[in-house]
Every structure is written in C-alpha cells, then in structure tokens.
Design a protein around this ligand. Structure first.
Ligand SMILES: *Cc1c(COP(=O)(O)O)cnc(C)c1O
Length: 383
C-alpha cells in the first residue's frame, strides 16, 4: 500500500496555513489552564459556567463510580441502561418542559443519530448554512435532500419552502446559537414558517443550554417557544461541564429513536457516573441564576470594550465572540502573539469557517474575573 499521498496532502495544508495540530493541557479546565507546559488565561473553552471542575459535580461522579463502577458494559438496549441514565433523562425532561428525553454519547452522535433516524430518501432537510458539521453529516447519512439556506435569511428560507414541493416530510434544522459566530437564530420566525409550510423544526442548543433563558433552558426558553419545537437537541459537554447530549421531545419520539437510531442502538451506554454528574450539573444550572448573570455581565463587558476598540465581532450577542481576521496565516500569528503574553485564544480557519473568514474565536465564561478580561483587552491592544 502506498500512502505517500497523505504526506503530500498534509504539506499542501501546511502551505495554506491550514494544517492543525494538538496542544496538551495538564490541568483541569478553568479560567486558567496549563497549555503545553505554560500557565495561560483561557479564552477558548465552552465551559461557560465553569462547571467542568466544580467540586459538587466531581463529588457526584465519584460517588456514582463507587456505586456503579466506571464502564456501562453494554449498550442501553442490552444491559447498559442504568438508573442514572433514566434519572438524567427525567431531569432533562423537567428542565426542558417536554414529555421525555433521550441521552446520546455525544452531540455529534445525537445530531447524526436523530436526523438519520427520522429522515429518508423522500424527504428534504432545510439547514442554515452555518449549522454545525454534525448536522450536515446527519443529513448526508439520512439520504434526504440537503438544502442549505443563507445564514439566518428568513426570506430565502420561505422561498425554498414555497418552491420545493413533492417531498414526503420537511425538516428545518438550526443551531440556536451559532458556534463560530456567536449570533442567535431567529427561532420565532422559523417556527412560524414551519407551521405555515407544514415542516418540522429541530434545534441544536449546544451553545444556548445553560446560557440563555431565565433558568438556562436555552433559546427555546428565552423566546417562550416551549411546545412549539418538535425536536430539541443539545449537549451536556459545554455549559453543563460534562460530556454527552440529549434529545428532548415527545414520548413517541423517544420510543422511535430507541428503536431506529443507529447512534443510540449500536454504541455502549454513557458511563453511569457521567449521567449522575450531569444530573447534578443540571440542578445547579436551574437553581443558580447568579452564574448565568455573571456570564452575561462578562460577555456584555467584552462586547462593549471590543466594539470601542474597533474589532469586527460580526453579529455576536453571546459569550462566543469572533474577532474577524480573514487571512488564516494572520489569525494563527495573532493567536501566537497573544500566547506569548499568557493568553490563549484559538484561531479558527477553514474548513471550520467559510473561506476568507478566519478569526480568533474568543469565549468568555462565568469564571473569568474582571481582571482577566482587562488583561485580555490589554493584550489585544498590542495586536
Ligand atoms: C459542540 C457542538 C456539537 C457537538 O457536541 P459534542 O458533545 O461536542 O459532540 C453539536 N452541535 C453544535 C452546535 C456544537 O457546537
């Protein structure tokens, strides 16, 4: 076997400044991490509420390990369905105000597993152009017609709904907070269009869960759209500080996915300790408004300061704040420049974002202090 083409491909990526490599962290997640041996202020994680290293959640996990061991040993349908999984699903259904919930091992698997189970060859899926890669992959797996619409463009979405006829089922799917841009989907308008054109709606709340809504229920809660979105997907890996993902919806939807979703059926159940930990994290998120307020204050402060400094933060209104650079080489150089001053902000390049929109993607959390933010701003002034 001759695999020399791999080396050529990598060299090509290198030339375009698009080759990626891993960095090693030797500390818990938090406002500060040890990155490649250097202690740095961290503005790149999705641990929005600082829960990934929270003592209460770690304690819950340790206790569950004592009681249930570590691995689940089998898939949910064989003998891996343990009490903590069902407790977590009950907690999620309460949290999201839905009939039921179903947990998946990751957000990637939830999106591919939900979409590919529900949609098929005779169907069409309308997907925002900036939706997460796992949504696109789910549509491709489903063999349904993939129809992207321009980012948050409701007129374009309506045109497509009007003109593309003859499909058995229609699904509109959207991130509620866009992961690389930090802007929000016009969900109310999407729900209205879906009703008018008899389409289903699925949302991906990965970056809204725990962040938006009075109790942290996400964009659906923020807009009071409970009961009007057919399929609510979200992750336990970002603000919830754990790992895994969920689908919240009707009991029938849950039953259907248990029977049809290959990503649910053909994989080992999530470790029970993780389910137990996520359960405790959800309770904290629901009860602790102060955490969410702190996060919003931090995000608002940075938005305001960055604007007056003249940065192009695109249309972000959330803790995800892009600093548009455009050229991938420059984005990497800026990131390295900040790193020298003890600040980590990841450069994001194509194909994760469209060509000519390379950026620094900065994320702020509830754990950051005002001093951390000022230190970041000071470093950004030297770019
Ligand atoms: C992170 C993310 C996912 C994937 O979730 P994981 O739990 O990390 O696999 C899915 N959708 C969106 C919008 C995301 O940002």
């Amino acid at each position: 076997m001759n695999i020399s083409f791999l080396e050529k491909d990598l060299a090509h990526m290198e030339n375009l400044r698009l080759r990626r490599s891993l960095k090693r962290v030797d500390s818990p997640q938090g406002r500060e991490i040890v990155l490649n041996g250097q202690r740095v202020l961290n503005f790149s994680s999705n641990d929005y509420l600082g829960l990934a290293n929270d003592a209460r959640i770690k304690h819950a996990a340790l206790e569950a390990i004592q009681r249930y061991g570590l691995g689940a040993g089998a898939s949910r349908l064989i003998c891996g369905n343990m009490t903590p999984h069902e407790k977590l699903e009950a907690e999620l259904a309460i949290f999201k105000n839905t009939e039921s919930a179903l947990v998946f091992s990751s957000g990637y698997m939830a999106n591919t597993g939900i979409i590919s189970a529900l949609m098929g060859r005779d169907d069409i899926v309308l997907s925002d152009k900036l939706n997460h890669a796992s949504i696109i992959d789910g549509i491709i797996l489903s063999r349904a017609q993939l129809q992207r619409y321009p980012h948050v463009d409701m007129q374009a979405l309506e045109e497509i709904l009007k003109n593309r006829k003859g499909y058995k089922h229609k699904l509109i799917v959207t991130d509620t907070v866009f992961s690389m841009d930090g802007d929000k989907a016009p969900l109310k308008e999407i729900v209205d269009l879906a009703r008018r054109y008899e389409a289903m709606v699925m949302v991906d709340e990965a970056h809204a869960m725990g962040v938006l809504g009075a109790q942290g229920g996400g964009r659906v809660e923020e807009l009071g759209l409970q009961g009007q979105v057919d399929i609510q997907m979200g992750t336990l890996s970002k603000a919830v500080g754990c790992c895994g993902a969920y689908m919240c919806g009707t009991q029938i939807l849950r039953e259907y996915l248990i029977n049809k979703s290959r990503e649910f059926i053909y994989t080992t159940a999530m470790p029970p300790a993780l389910a137990q930990a996520a359960c405790v994290a959800l309770q904290i998120i629901r009860q602790d408004n102060q955490l969410r307020r702190q996060l919003k204050d931090n995000a608002d402060y940075l938005h305001k300061k960055l604007k007056t400094m003249g940065f192009d933060t695109m249309n972000s209104t959330t803790p995800i704040i892009p600093l548009l650079v455009k050229d991938p080489g420059r984005a990497v150089a800026f990131s390295q420049h900040l790193l020298k001053q003890g600040i980590f902000v990841q450069a994001i390049r194509p194909p994760t974002v469209p060509v000519n929109t390379a950026r620094l993607r900065l994320t702020v959390t509830a754990a950051h202090t005002r001093r951390d933010l000022d230190q970041l701003l000071q470093a950004l002034r030297t770019i």
